[in-house]
Design a protein around this ligand. Structure first.
Ligand code: KG4
Ligand code: ZN
Length: 338
């Protein structure tokens, strides 16, 4: 009955979670507000905010789980990828706990954890986990990947973005429209009342299972600039249709490649994960495609899509079962393969 305490601090969320025997029993997320005024995450401020938040966030996760620190069997933390100063805070905190409690330390890859969010079980809920092998479209602020998952922790990236990530495509488009950071959820909100075929944005022709979003961003930039020359209120007057059209193109780029991956591998268990999988349009289009293609589709609950420590805890739990531990010399990395 191992208890795992997990810490996530790779970007602008300070998060902690406790899992007992693979079931998440607490999940606390503090989203740093300080970055809003700068239009993006400021690494130095993120590190400072993690330092301030980490003790209360971990305390709250233990309290909500009704577990004492001395009952924890292992401490998991996000090792990579992420902002190095932000990762260092979570890594050093987990190392200190591991040393003080004399319990093992587990390092977790953030992108692997996003995929593993599909294996999370909540107390009292029937488990509905994807069977292996499965494909996972992981779409976040820094990454866009199609991952082939052949077993627990046995993952291979078979397609990825060559430039911007899907989350960046949302956030940068939002910035062009004058919306605050992070723009993804706002585009989602405005798109709900818009016409997705009103404006046509290009779909890039990229070989294989890779993605590209930089051309789309440039097309949106020029489109908005030209329309504003004709009508300076163009964005305000058409915000719903513009957002719906941008969102629809990002979704079609993602799902067309996912379908290609499913066709090429013959795999029909398909998951999505990462912050952009919180997008309501992507969730519904993915499920529609699943029905059409006869896939079994899986989407993590909303709170496990954007950055959270429950996904670190579940990955930590499987690493605990496999006996994969680190010593106190372990360090985080800004970038690292699986
Ligand atoms: O996975 P995540 O929380 O952090 C990273 O690991 O990057 O993903 C953050 C990204 C941001 O780009 C944010 O705009 C996007 O996820 N996002 C969304 C939505 N919610 C979060 N994008 C579109 N629609 C949403 N509802
Ligand atoms: Zn993430």
């Amino acid at each position: 009955m191992p208890y795992i305490l997990a810490i996530e601090s790779s970007c602008d969320e300070t998060a902690a979670s406790v899992c007992r025997d693979g079931v998440i029993i607490s999940n606390v997320i503090y989203s740093q507000e300080v970055h809003k005024q700068y239009g993006g995450v400021v690494p130095e401020l993120a590190s400072r905010a993690h330092l301030q938040a980490i003790v209360p966030v971990v305390d709250e996760a233990l309290e909500k789980a009704n577990v004492l620190l001395c009952e924890i069997d292992a401490f998991a933390f996000t090792q990579s990828p992420g902002l190095i100063g932000a990762l260092l805070v979570g890594a050093e905190f987990a190392k200190s706990l591991s040393l003080a409690c004399d319990k093992p330390l587990i390092a977790v890859h953030h992108m692997q954890a996003h995929v593993m969010a599909n294996l999370i079980q909540k107390p009292g809920e029937k488990s509905n986990k994807p069977a292996f092998p499965f494909l996972c479209l992981t779409v976040s602020g820094g990454h866009t990947q199609i991952v082939l998952c052949e077993g627990i922790l046995k993952m291979k990236v078979i397609g990825q973005t060559l430039d911007d990530a899907a989350g960046e495509a949302f956030d940068k488009s939002a910035k062009i429209l004058g919306l605050p950071y992070p723009g993804g959820p706002l585009i989602d909100k405005y798109a709900k009342d818009g016409n997705p075929v009103k404006y046509k944005f290009p779909e890039p022709k990229i070989d294989g299972l890779n993605f590209s979003f930089s051309g789309l961003k440039t097309a949106i930039l020029y489109f908005v600039r030209d329309e504003k020359l004709k009508n300076e209120n163009f964005v305000a007057e058409n915000i719903n249709d513009i957002c719906a059209s941008i969102q629809s193109r990002i979704i079609s780029i993602l799902l067309n490649k996912l379908k290609k991956a499913a066709d090429e591998t013959g795999i029909k268990n398909i998951c999505i994960a990462g912050g952009v999988s919180a997008n309501s349009g992507l969730r519904s289009s993915f499920e529609e495609m699943g029905v059409k293609e006869d896939w079994k589709t899986y989407i993590p609950p909303f709170e496990y899509c954007t950055d959270n420590a429950a996904m670190i805890a579940i990955t930590g739990y499987y690493k605990y079962l496999a006996g994969i531990f680190e010593d106190l010399s372990v360090v985080p990395f800004a970038r690292a393969p699986f």
